[in-house]
Write a protein that binds this ligand. Structure first.
Ligand code: HEC
Length: 106
């Protein structure tokens, strides 16, 4: 995940905004599944990068991994979340974008 990539996404969004302006304006609200904690996620997780990052990581992150990611965003990246926000966001991510439990071995 490089900054180059983030910049490319930003450029793509700007280009797309020209053709489908109304859809682009709603991008953050239409992408993620509705549920408790979604407004918090949208407010806390879209200020530095696209919410796509959540979708990209969802196939392989279980609850512990989401906890780790969110804590990294707060401690390393400086995301302004309170302990309560962290719990809400992790709960949302685990319920909607958590990895499926591994199938029982045969
Ligand atoms: C203060 C800025 C900031 C905020 C707020 C923020 N992030 Fe990030 N996030 C980053 C940066 C910087 C990266 C690394 C980007 C890169 O390498 O291109 C990143 C990367 C990620 C990644 C990719 C995997 C990884 O660990 O690098 C995920 C998933 C992610 N963020 C999720 C979230 C979630 C969920 C939230 C809301 C709790 C959030 N981010 C809020 C700055 C932020």
């Amino acid at each position: 995940m490089s900054h180059k990539h983030a910049v490319r996404n930003a450029i793509t969004s700007v280009v797309m905004a020209g053709s489908i302006a109304t859809a682009a304006a709603d991008e953050t609200s239409i992408r993620l599944t509705e549920g408790p904690g979604l407004p918090q996620v949208q407010a806390s997780c879209s200020m530095c990068h696209s919410l796509d990052y959540i979708l990209m990581n969802s196939p392989f992150q279980d609850k512990a991994a989401w906890e780790k990611t969110v804590n990294k965003m707060v401690k390393v990246m400086g995301a302004p979340l309170t302990a309560e926000d962290i719990a809400t966001v992790v709960g949302y991510l685990d319920s909607h974008y958590g990895k499926e439990p591994a199938p029982a071995s045969p």
